[in-house]
Design a protein around this ligand. Structure first.
Ligand code: HSE
Length: 367
């Protein structure tokens, strides 16, 4: 059996990954060795070959693995990856962090969209298999077939990103903000709505609302900025849209993609409103057919009020592998302009699932 080293399995993405690996019986397919950066020597999970957690900085031990899968984050990758390769380690590195995503010797994995590219890269000897940015992966899970059919001239993607993308602690801060706002509102429930609104707005603009991590209230508001500033006024999250999408689909000519990435008060589902300029005027039925058959996880939602309210929301998609896609219609702007809204779980297809499947592929050459 091949040996797989697992690092960062206790954090939020790592825990979702381990749950999925258990659900799919992945641990029966290889020997697992569990590592830790902070709790070396403590008991390892029941699936581990090692009784006690191994030091995640022990390069000799890591170098003995056929593959390593890590959700430990970019700082860990920066610390360990090059040293391990410099030691001559030639195994497969599977990573959820962005550190290595754009390197020439890595592939961004999203097999329902770029299986052919994954197989070609694997056969060429590419050893670094990296999960994409969550919004990018979720957009491509929804409309990847339009890209793969060569139908997309450009995309504008306006995102509605959940607190989970910022981390587990941020999710708790969002809930605490909601709780504080709710407590204030409940004390005023017999007052006029304008008085309630005035008090809540004043509270949200004060330092009394918890905001240590987001810096401002997210509950009851939104933040149209995610990650650091890069060139031309874009944020890094927005830059990833164009860079990573084109890398994933292995596009010969760069397809323009841009938009505003916005943090909203959802817990773990990212939503996106897409404007897609198609390069031909296809009938809407044909477009719908392509989207519905993109992959087995797409849940196509008819462009009707009840279906949309019930099936095309973070609430309905949370915790599921489903990629909800709806509001599909031609826009008034012109026959080649398509409107699409999509929702996906940021921790599943947005993070853990592409790398779980990449590991399976590396071990067994199937997902
Ligand atoms: N950068 C994403 C976000 C999460 O902030 O929502 C990770 O892909």
């Amino acid at each position: 059996m091949k040996k797989v080293g697992i690092i960062g399995w206790r954090g939020m993405v790592g825990s979702v990954l381990i749950d999925r690996m258990r659900a799919e019986n992945d641990f029966s397919k290889f020997d697992s060795y569990f590592y830790s950066t902070s709790q070396v020597g403590q008991a390892a999970p029941k699936e581990a070959q090692n009784d006690l957690l191994i030091d995640a900085y022990d390069l000799d031990s890591l170098a003995d693995m056929d593959a390593i899968i890590t959700c430990q984050g970019g700082d860990y990758t920066k610390k360990v990856f090059s040293d391990l390769r410099s030691k001559g380690w030639n195994g497969h590195w599977v990573d959820a962090a962005s550190t290595l995503r754009m390197s020439e010797d890595s592939i961004i994995v999203l097999d329902p969209v770029n299986d052919t590219h994954i197989r070609e890269s694997y056969n060429k000897g590419i050893k670094n298999f990296i999960g994409g940015n969550c919004t990018v992966s979720l957009m491509l899970m929804a409309v990847g077939s339009l890209f793969n059919e060569g139908l997309v001239e450009w995309v504008s993607s306006m995102t509605y990103q959940a607190a989970s993308g910022a981390g587990a602690k941020n999710m708790k801060e969002l809930l605490r903000q909601m709780e504080q706002i709710g407590q204030l509102a409940s004390k005023m429930k017999d007052d006029s709505i304008l008085d309630i609104d005035k008090s809540i707005t004043s509270f949200m603009n004060s330092n009394e609302i918890e905001q240590e991590l987001f810096g401002v209230p997210l509950g009851g508001s939104l933040i149209p900025w995610i990650d650091s500033k890069v060139d031309k006024g874009q944020t890094r999250e927005e830059w990833k849209g164009i860079s990573e999408t084109n890398k994933i689909i292995n596009s010969a000519v760069e397809i323009p993609i841009d938009g505003t990435c916005v943090r909203i008060g959802a817990l773990r589902c990212h939503s996106q409103a897409l404007t897609i300029k198609l390069n031909k005027n296809l009938p809407i039925t044909e477009i719908e057919h392509l989207i519905k058959n993109s992959n087995e996880w797409v849940r196509f939602v008819p462009n009707e009020v009840e279906e949309t309210k019930n099936l095309l929301t973070p609430t309905s998609v949370s915790g599921k592998l489903d990629i909800a896609v709806g509001r599909v219609r031609k826009m008034n702007i012109g026959e080649n302009y398509l409107n699409v809204f999509t929702v996906g779980d940021q921790l599943l297809w947005g993070a853990a699932e592409p790398i779980r499947r990449a590991l399976n592929f590396i071990i067994n050459e199937k997902y």
